[in-house]
Write a protein that binds this ligand. Structure first.
Ligand SMILES: [Fe+2]
Ligand SMILES: [Fe+2]
Length: 238
């Protein structure tokens, strides 16, 4: 039996509970954070990237919480992880290059300005600064959960362009009609299950684009003592 979080589900988030997740709810309500989430998406839209706005941020936040809660981690750890997930891409407002490190510094400034202790800031910025496949390494539990959540967000609705303007990244994202991330009941395996419409992208093309990120997912899962399975169209490919 697999416990799952499906991106197509439309549920009220349990992470809005201020009693359990006080810092996350403070960060979510912070005006500066909201501005930077919107502004970073503008940078990436101008560059022709896939959607990085609240739909992405919500999915990454929900999956990060789901992974750590399912594995039995305490509310404070989950609270910090939700903050990292919420702010993980804000560095894109500056530049796509090194956006994870830039975002970590921005999060440091925001969290410092609202009086968050350094013991809590450190795990958040460590995770943000290591979330990208270019130079990120799963250096902590929170970092590993964030990487799995971010890199598994592949879906049709992230493509913002007209089909005639699709590049390779758009084609593979557009081909994904369904996506779910599941941890098994024994808590030994995390499975990313994708339905891919091969009319838009061949499986080989899919791997060419996403191999690096799925390898990083595999490494992140190991930090959480999980195996990583990638299932595409009911076939286990990793
Ligand atoms: Fe990112
Ligand atoms: Fe992201």
């Amino acid at each position: 039996m697999l416990e799952s979080l499906n991106v197509n589900e439309n549920t009220i988030s349990i992470y809005d509970d201020i009693e359990r997740f006080p810092l996350f709810n403070k960060v979510k309500a912070n005006h500066d954070v909201s501005v930077y989430i919107n502004e970073q998406d503008k940078t990436l839209s101008a560059m022709g990237f896939t959607e990085h706005n609240y739909a992405h941020v919500e999915i990454v936040k929900d999956r990060t919480g789901y992974i750590l809660e399912t594995l039995g981690y305490d509310d404070h750890t989950i609270d910090l992880a939700l903050c990292a997930a919420w702010m993980h891409d804000i560095g894109n407002v500056v530049n796509r290059v090194n956006h994870s490190q830039t975002g970590a510094i921005m999060a440091f400034n925001i969290l410092s300005s609202i009086g968050v202790p350094s013991d809590d800031i450190a795990p958040i910025i460590r995770a943000i600064g290591n979330h990208d496949e270019g130079d990120g390494i799963p250096v902590s539990l929170i970092s590993a959960a964030l990487i799995l959540s971010d890199k598994s967000d592949v879906r049709r609705s992230r493509v913002l362009k007209e089909m005639s303007d699709f590049d390779k990244h758009d084609k593979v994202n557009y081909s994904v009609t369904s996506s779910s991330l599941k941890i098994n009941e024994q808590h030994t395996l995390v499975e990313l299950n994708l339905e891919v419409d091969t009319e838009y992208s061949e499986i080989g093309e899919f791997f060419e684009i996403f191999m690096e990120r799925f390898l990083l997912c595999h490494r992140a899962a190991k930090v959480l003592n999980l195996d990583f399975n990638l299932i595409i169209n009911n076939q286990k490919l990793m």
